[in-house]
Design a protein around this ligand. Structure first.
Ligand SMILES: [Cu+2]
Length: 110
């Protein structure tokens, strides 16, 4: 195997590790990150532990919210990040007040 091929293989393995981490949507710093882009929460479904922070980063040029019907609401201005600390009872579906087709789900795990 030539050095060039070896290097390419290492890059592919590193990329796969990043993808696996993203699919789990878990962070090591107590914060789970959700990106909002083109009218979608990415990832749409996340798992958090109670007490961890959920951080939404809005990459769209207009405002969004993370709204739980009958519960809390986090306004997320364009270009900004807004947070919510997950409580034990926060296994919920949420949506955007301005774009009700935008839907996300939070699962609080032990
Ligand atoms: Cu929205």
């Amino acid at each position: 195997m030539t050095p060039g091929l070896l290097k390419r293989r290492q890059v592919l393995v590193a990329g796969a590790a990043v993808l696996a981490g993203g699919a789990l949507a878990r962070a090591h710093d107590g914060t789970v990150h959700v990106t909002i882009e083109k009218l979608a929460f990415l990832p749409a479904e996340i798992e958090v532990k109670a007490g961890e922070t959920i951080a939404w980063t809005n990459k769209d040029p207009f405002a969004h919210t993370a709204t739980v019907k009958g519960g809390w609401e986090v306004p997320i201005p364009p270009g900004k990040t807004a947070t919510h600390v997950a409580a034990a009872g926060d296994t919920v579906g949420y949506y955007c007040r301005f774009h009700p087709n935008m839907k996300g789900r939070i699962r609080v795990v032990a």
